[in-house]
Design a protein around this ligand. Structure first.
Ligand code: ADQ
Length: 470
């Protein structure tokens, strides 16, 4: 069997329970198969390499069956590649926020430089029959850089964020170069059918790609596959967490504390794509329109700190604090605060308890590649008395979770109506919806995601000819 080599911006020890979606999914898979995981260490070295990326040393660490290999970034590379092009340009544009993109022209050179360094450091570690799986928007050009160094292995790429429509993608400086980079992979995986369609439209329109059928394309003088592979969660792992002492203890405590109230829960990274101010405005709308919700409903909003060195993130933090303060100030009573907002990460072991104690899960991003919180909320519910998921139609998860109450998060009145409906939904309807949602989470779980992506990649033929796409 071929060895699997995973490459992602960050690397996590698969034996430890990680907090992020990608880390959780990959850790689980690599723990079972063994292999190599390559990426940035998370460390920024101030001046050790004099700002020159090429001299970074590799750190190797054996974590059970998985070999972790990481490298540090210089300050200059980190700022251009990570803060600049990845999180200052690609993240906002991929989430349809052109207004927040910082089109500073020097970023692209740093992004390319780091991808070249990744390729240079990784190539000597590769074996001829390795299968390489590259993840996410930080590393789009890595495949073409590996090809340029003569790597002939099968290389697949999965994009965890949305791929915007062609005209919006074309706003990215270097979009044509990026798309050529994407097309140097043997398989490009997207989160949703909508993203897949955007990819196909772009390569047809801008690069005159030829549709060979069965997900195959001829473009830039080579053949590749593309498809939607919606990521899921590890349902068994999550059920086991729910059975654990920490989740149960939290569940019982919440049930006791809120025995006379209904709980609404939101769990997110603090990110402008997650629609947190819009969600709070919808909740305020609910309190305004339905006085019966006063004292009877409490929103618990957890927002974990994220990318705090990017300005747009500090702005959203202030907006959120101000909205929570004004809602509590205007509607709160001595014995009831409508919003309990916490700017922190909840330990993963406790999450199922929080979800299960809540009658309504609010997952209302303005745009999201998938959103695993939606799936975790469904899986954590008591099937005999399940809570209701209110889900943005702009989350990739909406393609699989159509039985949720789907909302347009920009429309705070409509979202408030959906929340009201959720709070009042009869048990029978809650059970019917939950059964369908749970079946989807089980069908498209993380194992399906890994297996279907890697099976499809294994079907693809590694390109034999030179490197015409560069
Ligand atoms: P994120 O935007 O980070 O990831 P999301 O899917 O919402 O992703 O959550 C990922 C994980 O983080 C979940 O397991 C969740 O429980 C955990 N998490 C989030 N906030 C937390 C908090 N405050 N405390 C504790 N845990 C928290 C990107 C894309 C998503 C895509 C994932 C996976 O943006 O669209 O679903 O990758 O592909």
């Amino acid at each position: 069997m071929s060895r699997l080599v995973v490459v992602s911006n960050r690397v996590a020890d698969p034996r430890k329970t990680a907090a992020g979606g990608l880390a959780v999914a990959l850790a689980e898979f690599l723990n079972n198969t063994g292999g190599l995981w390559f990426g940035w260490s998370g460390k920024v070295v101030e001046s050790a390499h004099g700002g020159r990326a090429g001299e970074a040393e590799l750190h190797t660490h054996q974590a059970g069956p998985v070999k972790l290999v990481t490298l540090d970034l210089s300050r200059e590379d980190h700022d251009a590649y990570y803060l600049g092009y990845s999180n200052g340009v690609l993240w906002p544009v991929c989430h349809y926020r052109l207004d927040l993109a910082d089109f500073e022209s020097s970023y692209i050179a740093g992004y390319r430089r780091v991808n070249q360094m990744f390729a240079r450091k990784l190539a000597p570690l590769l074996k001829p029959d390795d299968v390489i799986w590259v993840h996410d928007y930080h590393l789009i050009p890595l495949g073409s850089e590996l090809r340029a160094l003569g790597c002939r292995q099968r290389i697949g790429f999965f994009l965890h964020v949305p791929l915007p429509p062609p005209l919006m993608f074309a706003a990215i400086p270097g979009h044509d170069w990026l798309m050529r980079g994407l097309c140097s992979y043997d398989l490009v995986g997207l989160q949703s059918e909508a993203d897949h369609e955007h990819f196909c439209r772009y390569i047809q329109r801008e690069a005159h790609a030829q549709d060979l059928g069965d997900g195959q394309w001829r473009v830039f003088n080579r053949t590749l596959r593309a498809g939607a592979f919606p990521i899921g969660i590890d349902v068994e792992e999550f059920n086991a967490l729910a059975e654990g002492a920490e989740a149960r203890e939290l569940y019982q405590r919440m049930k006791r504390e809120y025995s006379r109230r209904k709980l609404l829960v939101g769990v997110d990274r603090l990110d402008y794509s997650k629609g947190l101010p819009h969600r709070l405005r919808a909740f305020r709308e609910l309190l305004q329109k339905y006085p019966d919700t006063h004292r009877s409903a409490t929103l618990i909003q957890i927002a974990s700190p994220s990318r705090e060195d990017v300005t747009a993130y500090t702005d959203i933090l202030h907006q959120l604090e101000s909205l929570c303060g004004s809602i509590n100030g205007n509607f709160g009573e001595l014995d009831w605060m409508p919003v309990r907002y916490m700017h922190r990460t909840v330990a993963r072991a406790r999450l199922p308890g929080l979800y299960r104690a809540s009658q309504v899960g609010l997952v209302t991003p303005l745009r999201d590649g998938m959103n695993l919180v939606a799936k975790e909320f469904v899986v954590a519910q008591d099937p005999a008395d399940p809570g209701v998921l209110v889900l943005s139609r702009f989350a990739g998860a909406a393609e699989q979770l159509g039985e949720a109450l789907l909302v347009n998060p920009y429309d705070s009145e409509g979202t408030a109506e959906a929340i009201h409906l959720a709070l009042q939904m009869p048990l029978e309807e809650r059970i019917t919806r939950h059964q369908a949602l749970l079946a989807s989470c089980k069908r498209w779980d993380v194992h399906w995601w890994c297996d279907s992506f890697l099976d499809t990649l294994n079907k693809s033929q590694a390109e034999e000819s030179g490197t015409p796409w560069l």
